[in-house]
Design a protein around this ligand. Structure first.
Ligand SMILES: [Mg+2]
Length: 241
């Protein structure tokens, strides 16, 4: 059986990546004043800088902004103006200030799951930004607990489950990221529901998920999550703990 269900937030319960994608497009337009963007140089270089910086800055818009500035200085060979650095900072602020757009059916899906299981929100990114989005979403009251974490890997999920005193076999995670929401949960013995989102950040696109796993279901909308959890709960009964 499944006792606890975790929900991812960004691009699962509300839109997020579209704002980062818009900032990236604007960033490349700024850089286009300094270099030829006909190849994917700016795009690929920013991804590489972000990858290297995640361990220092963590995830989220503030880290992205600093990585954009670093990339701009490097690719423009120091020619980027103060005015354009200011524009890049404003791109980061716009991501931090965007209004939270809750996905259709989010409240109903979390509510239906919460009627039968414990529910916990597990999200990563800038603490301050995530706290504001959780509050603004109006969904916080549906959850028994809210966990804002710096990384979503096996140790993090094990820690959260230990706090609930729950074996992983009785946990299912719902989210859009195969790398952060699905792979580590399946790896520790839990179940998962994947809801793909239209756009995936390049660092989240890397994963080693067994898409044939009996403990994984893929759905196309939040409305299908309660039924998917019920099916995974049935399968979990049939398997030795
Ligand atoms: Mg997500």
């Amino acid at each position: 059986m499944i006792e606890l269900v975790g929900f991812d937030a960004d691009d699962t319960l509300w839109h997020s990546q579209n704002h980062f994608d818009a900032a990236q497009a604007e960033f490349e337009a700024i850089l286009g004043r300094y270099l030829d963007l006909s190849d994917r140089q700016a795009h690929d270089r920013l991804a590489a800088v972000e990858r290297a910086n995640v361990r220092l800055f963590g995830y989220g818009a503030k880290g992205m902004t600093l990585s954009m500035i670093e990339t701009a200085i490097e690719l423009s060979e120091g020619r980027i103006t103060g005015q354009d650095i200011g524009r890049i900072v404003d791109l980061g602020k716009a991501v931090l200030e965007h209004k939270v757009e809750v996905m259709p059916g989010a409240r109903e899906a979390v509510g239906a799951v919460a009627a039968r299981h414990g529910v916990v929100l597990i999200t990563k990114g800038d603490l301050f930004h995530q706290e504001r989005k959780v509050a603004e979403s109006g969904l916080a009251g549906l959850f028994h607990r809210i966990e804002i974490v710096s990384e979503k890997d096996m140790p993090t999920y094990r820690r959260v489950l230990a706090e609930f005193n729950l074996p992983p076999e009785r946990f299912a995670m719902v989210g859009n990221s195969l790398r952060s929401d699905i792979e580590p949960v399946l790896a520790i013995g839990g179940s998962a529901v994947h809801i793909p989102y239209a756009s995936t950040w390049v660092l989240e696109a890397e994963h080693k998920v067994d898409l044939e796993s009996k403990r994984l279901l893929t759905v196309d909308a939040l409305a299908a999550v309660p039924e998917a959890i019920a099916l995974l709960a049935e399968r979990a009964i049939g398997e030795p703990a």
